[in-house]
Design a protein around this ligand. Structure first.
Ligand code: GTP
Ligand code: MG
Ligand code: ZN
Length: 222
């Protein structure tokens, strides 16, 4: 019985997500969904990204958090931002995104970033109407998080290995990371980046630019 309930909730979510995707594509808005553990660097990456594309793209952000508006306050320095407070909920769903969208002025917006709630598990299962899943793993988390939480890496459209500036200080096994990742996903691009030093950020900006120009090239995994 419980399985049926969960199944129906996800079906409803997916139907709404398809409406959001159609709406955003109709407006020519590209929508990446950033997913990672708490503290992997999603907000910091977005700060650097919003800063980089300011003046080039119209940009907006929807950010989900269990509590506080701290990330939204950080991001609002760079672009219009709506905070979704999930009140303890550990992921965003399509209804939350649909409710947040009217709070943004989407005229002139080219990219709508979604920062999901920090969590490696259930955000992966919820389609939000995004065009791409951006998966982050920081070198401070340990390379075993790939094999232990496989679904995100399987479904990711790009993987960012973040905090690369700290690699020299932590026992992150880079070879093992690539081995485990490739066992799950043979093709996903992997970018080693640091929001602190700027290392690898150009490759990330290029990935976003290319993907924005052809969001339909590859249907996102729901
Ligand atoms: N050394 C280093 N620290 C970083 C980097 N990126 C982020 N940090 C730090 O890591 C901490 C967490 O970064 P956030 O960007 O807040 O992480 P988040 O994924 O948004 O966290 P939640 O929203 O809580 O899930 C902060 O103290 C950042 O300053 C990086 O590239 N290098
Ligand atoms: Mg954050
Ligand atoms: Zn959840």
């Amino acid at each position: 019985m419980r399985v049926d309930v969960v199944h129906n909730v996800l079906k409803l979510n997916d139907a709404l997500a398809q409406q959001i995707r159609a709406d955003l594509r109709g407006r020519g808005i590209f929508c990446p969904n950033l997913i990672s553990s708490p503290g992997s660097g999603k907000t910091t990456l977005l700060e650097r990204t919003l800063e980089h594309f300011r003046g080039t793209w119209g940009q907006a952000v929807i950010v989900g958090d269990l509590a506080t508006s701290r990330d939204a306050e950080r991001l609002a320095e760079y672009a219009q931002t709506v905070q979704i407070n999930t009140d303890g909920g550990c992921h965003l769903d399509a209804a939350m995104v649909a409710n947040a969208m009217p709070h943004l002025d989407l005229d002139g917006v080219d990219v709508l970033y979604i920062e999901n709630v920090g969590n490696l598990v259930c955000p992966v299962g919820y389609d939000l109407g995004h065009d791409a899943k951006v998966a982050l793993i920081s070198v401070t988390e340990g390379e075993d998080k790939v094999a232990k939480y496989p679904r995100l890496w399987r479904e990711a459209d790009v993987v960012l290995l973040t905090k690369a500036d700290l690699l020299q200080y932590v026992p992150f096994d880079v070879a093992r990371f690539y081995e485990d990742l490739r066992a799950l996903n043979g093709t996903v691009p992997v970018l080693e980046v640091s929001s602190m030093t700027g290392q690898g950020m150009d490759a990330w900006f290029e990935w976003l630019t290319a993907r924005r120009e052809s969001p339909n090239a590859q249907e996102p995994a729901a």
